[in-house]
Design a protein around this ligand. Structure first.
Ligand code: GAL
Length: 369
C-alpha cells in the first residue's frame, strides 16, 4: 500500500527535524549564536579553557548591558561595556555548555575596588596547580582608560569557584628581563622598560601556559603594548618568579594564545587595533623564552586577511586526540559588545609544520590529523 501524501509529508518533516537536532548537537558553527544548555547565549568572551577530571571549563569575560563610548580617546579602544566579572561554563563534549555562573563577579558598590564594574576585567585564564591543588586565575585588570595595565590573580579550591581575589600588580617590578641590553636599561624618555623597572611592567592582553614539566608562564602585552613579555610564574602560580624575557619587540602583539606541539612552542596572536580585526600572526620557538620566529597569518579562506573579523583568545589541545587543536577566537561586535560571537576553528599544520586555520561554516571533531 502506498503511504498517503499526509504520511509522506509527516515522515519527511520528522526526518528533517530529527536530523537537524542531532546535527546541532555535534557541530561547531563559528560566528553563530551559541546557546548554553539552558538556551541562553554563552557569555564568556576573551576566554580560555581548563580541562580537569574529564570536564572542560570555559572561563571568559561576562559582558552584559549597553555598549557605551569610552571617555578616553585612545586609538586602540573606544567602546566599553560594564565589566561583569568572569563567567564559567562546563562541558564534557565541547559542544554543549552548562552555565556554572559568575565565578569571580565584578563589584558594583565600590568604585575603588580593582574589580569595580567601571574598570576593565579581561582575558581571564585559569590553570590548575597540582602541588597546591588550587585553581589559579590570572586576568587583565585595568582602570577605565586602560592606564593601570595590571595583572589580577584569584584562587579557588574548585574549578567552578568561588574564586578569591588576591589583588593585582604590574609584574616583574625591580627585575630586568633575561635578554636585557645596556640600551634597554637606559632611563631615557622613550624607554618604557626602564621607566617601569621599579614599579613593575605594564601587563594588558595576556594568557597563561603550563608546560609539560608543570612550570607555568604568563604572556602579556607590555611597554604600552609594543612588546610582549614571557614571564615564569612561581611554583604555586600566584606570582611572577622573577625570570622573564622580551619577545616580538616592537611588533605590538596582542591576544596571545600559546600551545605546544612536537616539542615546539607556538603563539597565535593579533596586532593591536582595539576591537577592530587585523591579520592574525603566529610565531614559533624551541625555547619558551625565545627566540621566537614569526610565521605569518595562519588563517585560510575568505576574509583570512582580517582573521575572519576575529581576534585570537586561546588554543585548546583536545584531550585524547593527538595533534587535534581548536583555535578559539572572538568576533567582537564593538557597537554591541555583549553580542560578540565565538569562532572556534580547527588548527591544522602544513607540511613544514606551520599552523593553519581554515574557515569552516560548520565542523565537528575530529577535524584533522
Ligand atoms: C583589544 C584587546 C581586547 C580589548 C580591546 C579594547 O586590543 O585585545 O582584549 O582590550 O582592545 O579596545
Amino acid at each position: 500500500m502506498k503511504p498517503s501524501l499526509f504520511a509522506r509529508i509527516a515522515f519527511y518533516l520528522l526526518f528533517v527535524l530529527s536530523s537537524t537536532r542531532a546535527d546541532e548537537a555535534i557541530a561547531f558553527r563559528p560566528g553563530q549564536i551559541w546557546n548554553d544548555t539552558s538556551g541562553k547565549p554563552i557569555n564568556a568572551h576573551g576566554g580560555g579553557i581548563l580541562f580537569r577530571d574529564g570536564i572542560y571549563y570555559w572561563y571568559g569575560e561576562f559582558k552584559e548591558g549597553r555598549t557605551y563610548l569610552a571617555k578616553v580617546n585612545k586609538s586602540w579602544g573606544g567602546t566599553r561595556v560594564i565589566a561583569g566579572g568572569v563567567s564559567c561554563y562546563s562541558s564534557t563534549n565541547l559542544y554543549d555548555w552548562k552555565n556554572e555562573g559568575l565565578v569571580l563577579p565584578s563589584v558594583a558598590d565600590d568604585p575603588d575596588h580593582d574589580l569595580a564594574c567601571e574598570n576593565v576585567i579581561e582575558r581571564p585564564k585559569v590553570i590548575y596547580n597540582a602541588k597546591t591543588k588550587k585553581f589559579v586565575m590570572w586576568l587583565h585588570q585595568d582602570s577605565p582608560d586602560y592606564s593601570a595595565a595590571h595583572s589580577g590573580v584569584a584562587v579557588s579550591d574548585s574549578p567552578t569557584g568561588p574564586f578569591k581575589y588576591l589583588g593585582s600588580f604590574r609584574p616583574n617590578a625591580g627585575v630586568w628581563p633575561i635578554n636585557v641590553t645596556a640600551k634597554d636599561q637606559n632611563h631615557d624618555a622613550n624607554n618604557i622598560l626602564a621607566r617601569d623597572f621599579q614599579g613593575g611592567q605594564m601587563a594588558r592582553d595576556m594568557t597563561l601556559f603550563v608546560d609539560d614539566d608543570g612550570k607555568a608562564y604568563q604572556f602579556y602585552a607590555s611597554e604600552e603594548n609594543p612588546t610582549m613579555h614571557v614571564s615564569l610564574l612561581t611554583d604555586d602560580y600566584l606570582q611572577p618568579a622573577g625570570k622573564y624575557t622580551r619577545i616580538l619587540i616592537g611588533r605590538s602583539t596582542e591576544a596571545p594564545a600559546v600551545f605546544k606541539r612536537n616539542g615546539k612552542y607556538y603563539l597565535i596572536a593579533s596586532g593591536c587595533s582595539g576591537w577592530d580585526p587585523n591579520p592574525a600572526r603566529t610565531a614559533v620557538a624551541d625555547n619558551i623564552f625565545g627566540p621566537w620566529t614569526e610565521l605569518g597569518n595562519p588563517c585560510r579562506g575568505t576574509n583570512a586577511d582580517l582573521t575572519f573579523f576575529c581576534q585570537s583568545t586561546y588554543v585548546l589541545p583536545v584531550t585524547g586526540q593527538t595533534n587535534q587543536f581548536i583555535a578559539m577566537f572572538d568576533r567582537w561586535n564593538k557597537w554591541d559588545l555583549q553580542d560578540s560571537r565565538y569562532v572556534w576553528l580547527p588548527l591544522e599544520f602544513d607540511t613544514d609544520g606551520k599552523p593553519m586555520v581554515p574557515w569552516r561554516d560548520q565542523w565537528s571533531l575530529p577535524a584533522s590529523k
